[in-house]
Design a binder for this molecule. Structure first.
Ligand SMILES: Nc1ncnc2c1ncn2[C@@H]1O[C@H](COP(=O)(O)OP(=O)(O)O)[C@@H](O)[C@H]1O
Ligand SMILES: [Mg+2]
Length: 179
């Protein structure tokens, strides 16, 4: 069985964390300076795994982790800088306030590419042009009792907003169909 499979327009099924990283690699090869990628999906959906794949494709230095205390970690040394943000703890009603304090407004859309976990509530503030990627556990009922503890696959959907976002979405969709 293929671990990463395109199952529709801008839509993939990932059967393993490595497959999600693989989609991240495909994305990493497309990213240019100024690009903004919003990652949404509940805790453990795979946002950080996808970011790890982007870092691998860029050749970025340092390990990509879930930045529990850091809202922003920048990885240099690759083809372009990678800014990895996790806005989980920010209050969306603060508008630009907390975003500014976190340093997000200084880097997002500037040098390098930005991947923003929990970025959906701030998407418009961050960039009018962006790729939005949503990850979710596939809610298939387990077919056998022994599958009850099995890790569900992830469904990953990408959509572009604005001209650059749409171009990225199209290019990602035109990439490898399965892996
Ligand atoms: N298909 C999959 N894609 C991504 N992660 C997966 C997948 N299957 C299992 N996992 C596991 O789910 C977790 C995802 O964690 P992480 O990427 O940190 O999520 P998030 O950043 O969205 O909170 C990891 O423990 C990973 O091993
Ligand atoms: Mg994470």
């Amino acid at each position: 069985m293929t671990a990463l499979e395109r199952v529709g327009e801008g839509r993939w099924r990932s059967a393993s964390e490595e497959a999600t990283r693989r989609l991240g690699e495909l994305l990493g090869a497309l990213l240019e300076e100024g690009d903004v990628v919003i990652l949404e999906g509940e805790l453990g959906a795979g946002k950080t795994q996808l970011t790890k794949g982007v870092a691998r494709a860029l050749g970025a230095e340092g390990e990509v982790t879930s930045p529990t205390f850091n809202l922003l970690v920048s990885h240099y040394g690759g083809r372009i800088p990678l800014h990895h943000l996790d806005l989980y703890r920010l209050d969306p009603s603060s508008g630009q306030g907390e975003l500014g304090e976190a340093g997000a407004l200084d880097v997002v859309g500037e040098d390098g590419a930005s991947l923003v976990e929990w970025g959906a509530p701030f998407a418009k503030l961050l960039s009018p042009e962006r790729l939005e990627i949503s990850l979710a556990r596939e809610d298939a009922a387990p077919s056998r009792p022994e599958d009850l503890d099995a890790e569900p696959a992830r469904v990953i959907v990408a959509r572009g907003v604005g001209a650059r976002g749409e171009a990225l979405a199209r290019a990602l969709d035109a990439g490898e169909a399965s892996w």
